[in-house]
Structures are given as structure tokens and as C-alpha cells.
Design a protein around this ligand. Structure first.
Ligand SMILES: Cc1cc2nc3c(=O)[nH]c(=O)nc-3n(C[C@H](O)[C@H](O)[C@H](O)COP(=O)(O)O)c2cc1C
Length: 230
């Protein structure tokens, strides 16, 4: 609030009533995260101005906070229209969107905008590790899996040795953030050695559409494609 940040975006749950009221008082736009209709409705009831819906395609962690991990794995094509029918705040869609086609498909289904992760991760300006960028640029749609092995919370990333070796112990792993702390050293060493086998290679399910380009070129091509489809 001191910095006059115009928008605050939340994930992994809804902030307290007091926090929401204080931000509203300061005219700050608030965005929540949901993976099911129930979670989106809770966001609206709590006073969020916008809700981001994350489909199961999404890279990295997802912000489910009511529904379980299995139940919250709803594909974006199913999720957007069902959320749009049940909330009156604007819906932003996330998960596997890489270009103008994804943007326009989301808009057709009722979203007002999109949130993209993986597409920006491989951009020149991105601070992601070069090994992570390369892994995405070389990956196919069937190379990502859901894993708890890095952080204790389910997240989507490119399969590597660490994920495969930990699979048999997945049920025994401590929850986030304990497991996240426990794997910090191995992830760091792996990155220092440019070894992709023990790093978290977060990626959504559309890595074949990722490019190593500037953000300007990514945005320009999205706008161009969207205009053609309009
Ligand atoms: C490296 C990375 C880290 C992420 N971390 C989080 C997170 O901590 N919490 C969250 O709700 N979403 C997280 N996400 C998911 C994004 O918010 C977004 O839903 C996702 O990137 C959309 O799918 P896409 O990567 O296919 O574009 C992360 C995504 C990436 C790629």
C-alpha cells in the first residue's frame, strides 16, 4: 500500500477479511486464484475483484485451497465456462496458453484475459536458468508430470531423474514448505552444475509452442494472431 501497487494477486488461498478490507480501502485491485468453481465462488464472496482460474495444464504449482489435488485437476476448456456461469467477476484463464489461439479460445469460453507462465519463462528477458529454458524448448506435450518431490505440494514439471527416483516415496514426503526446504541444496547444486536431472523444471503442457524470443515479439505475435482470428 505504501508503494501504491495497483493490483495484488493471491494464490494458495484467500487472504483474511482484514487484509482484503484494507486493500479495498486503498483502491487496490485484488485477484484471487481458483482451480474449481467452488474456489472461484469463494474468491468472489470474499471480495476479490478478479479470479484467475488455473487448469490442470498449468506449469508449476497451482493454487487449489478447498478441493483436493485429484479433484482440482480440471482441464481449462471445462473450467472456464463453468466458472464464468457461476461468478460475476471477470475471469482470467491460465494453463497451457502460449499464443493468440489460446487467448482467443479462452475469450470464446468467457474469459476476459489470460495468465501465461511457461511462454514467458523461455523468453530472452526471463531470469530462469538456461538449463530450465533448454529443457522446455526441447520438451514435448507428454514430458511433463505432476510431482510433490521438490516442494511437498503438487506441481507440474518436466520429468527428470529426481522425480522418477522419488516417485516410489511420494506418499511419504513431508508437505510444503518442509520438502521445499529439504530439496533446496540439491536443486541449487544441480543448477550450479548445469545438470537438469535434480532441478525443478516447471512447465505447462504446451512446451512445443515455447520459443526463445523477446517478450516484445511474444506479445506482438499474440496480438497479430488474435486479430486474425477475431
Ligand atoms: C516457474 C513457475 C512457477 C509457478 N509458481 C506458482 C505458484 O507458486 N503459485 C501458483 O498459484 N501458480 C504458480 N505457477 C502457475 C502460474 O500461475 C500459471 O497458472 C501457469 O504458469 C499457467 O500455465 P502455463 O505455464 O502453461 O502458462 C507457476 C508457474 C511456473 C511456470
Amino acid at each position: 500500500m505504501e508503494e501504491n501497487v495497483p493490483i495484488c494477486s493471491f494464490t494458495f488461498g484467500i487472504p483474511s477479511k482484514e487484509v482484503i478490507a484494507e486493500l479495498k480501502q486503498a483502491n487496490i485491485i485484488q485477484m484471487g486464484t481458483a482451480t474449481t468453481v467452488r474456489e472461484a465462488v469463494e474468491n468472489e464472496l470474499a471480495g476479490m475483484d478478479i479470479v484467475v482460474v488455473q487448469g490442470s495444464e498449468a506449469g508449476g504449482h497451482r493454487g487449489n485451497f478447498i478441493d483436493g489435488n485429484q479433484e482440482s485437476l480440471v482441464g481449462l476448456m471445462s473450467l472456464i465456462p463453468q466458472v464464468v456461469d457461476n461468478v460475476s467477476i471477470p475471469v482470467i484463464s491460465a494453463g497451457g496458453i502460449m499464443d493468440g489461439r489460446g487467448l482467443m479460445a479462452s475469450i470464446c469460453l468467457g474469459a476476459k484475459g489470460v495468465q501465461m507462465g511457461t511462454a514467458f519463462l523461455t523468453c530472452l528477458e526471463s531470469g530462469a536458468h538456461k538449463v530450465h529454458k533448454e529443457a522446455i524448448l526441447n520438451a514435448n506435450e507428454d514430458h511433463t508430470v505432476l510431482t510433490r518431490s521438490f516442494s511437498g505440494k503438487w506441481a507440474r514439471g518436466i520429468k527428470n531423474k529426481f522425480i522418477l527416483e522419488m516417485q516410489k516415496n511420494e506418499k511419504l514426503l513431508p508437505d510444503f514448505p518442509v520438502q521445499n526446504t529439504l530439496t533446496q541444496d540439491i536443486r541449487k547444486s544441480s543448477a550450479t552444475q548445469n545438470n537438469q536431472e535434480f532441478m525443478s523444471l516447471w512447465s505447462g503442457q504446451s512446451p512445443r509452442l515455447a520459443k526463445n524470443q523477446t517478450v516484445e515479439s511474444l506479445i506482438k505475435s499474440i496480438i497479430g494472431e488474435a486479430q486474425k482470428l477475431n
